[in-house]
Ligand binder design. Structure first.
Ligand SMILES: [Ca+2]
Length: 200
């Protein structure tokens, strides 16, 4: 069973197709919404790279979409001693930019292309968007506090530390960063200021 229609335009079909690794699978498979040609246009990956990445994706995710819980379980293997659920949710939101509740192959590919092949400005911008939890283009102190706390928890679960001291450390780090990044003193960090700071 083809997972996605052949790449090509103007009615001309390419011989390159995404293939289902398990044709007998009876579960519902979500097809990518883009052709390979469209994915090549959206990313900096070649046909061969896209097909290789798709095969890998299908092995890990035969249904063709990643749920928040699945994403968190995979991410947890990277930080076995920490509590990474909160951070993984933030990451998930930054990859699932249509807020569909699922990460599909094309979402992952676009993100991967940006992080691997994007300019330094694009990569820093992606980090800003990760921190910008409500995606309104500005960071508030509360958003930064939540992100700093999530990063702390990646290393060591807060429950295993002195709660008062770790809370103070999170607050202190948040205040330090926010004071630097809030260049206009209006309680918001703007993307252009964040980029300027990171590039200096
Ligand atoms: Ca925001």
């Amino acid at each position: 069973m083809n997972v996605v229609r052949s790449a090509g335009s103007g009615g001309r079909r390419s011989s390159l197709k995404f293939q289902n690794e398990n044709p007998s699978a009876k579960q519902l498979v979500r097809r990518p919404t883009c052709t390979i040609a469209e994915l090549m246009g959206k990313t900096k990956f070649s046909k061969d790279e896209i097909c290789h990445l798709y095969r890998t994706f299908k092995q890990d995710c035969p249904s063709g979409e990643v749920t928040k819980a699945h994403f968190a379980s995979v991410f947890a293997t990277l930080f076995p001693s920490g509590e990474c659920f909160r951070y993984s949710v933030f990451l998930f939101r930054n990859i699932d930019r249509t807020n569909s509740g699922f990460i599909r192959f094309e979402d992952l590919l676009v993100t991967l292309s940006l992080l691997v092949h994007g300019s330094i400005e694009e990569r820093i911008g992606w980090i800003f968007d990760l921190y910008d939890l409500n995606k309104d283009g500005m960071l508030t102190r509360l958003e930064l506090l939540q992100m700093v706390a999530a990063i702390f928890q990646l290393i060591v679960p807060v429950c295993k530390l002195n709660f008062t001291s770790i809370t103070s450390a999170i607050e202190e780090r948040t205040n330090q960063l926010f004071e630097i990044w809030d260049m206009h003193g209006d309680g918001h960090v703007y993307k252009e200021d964040f980029l300027r700071y990171c590039l200096q």
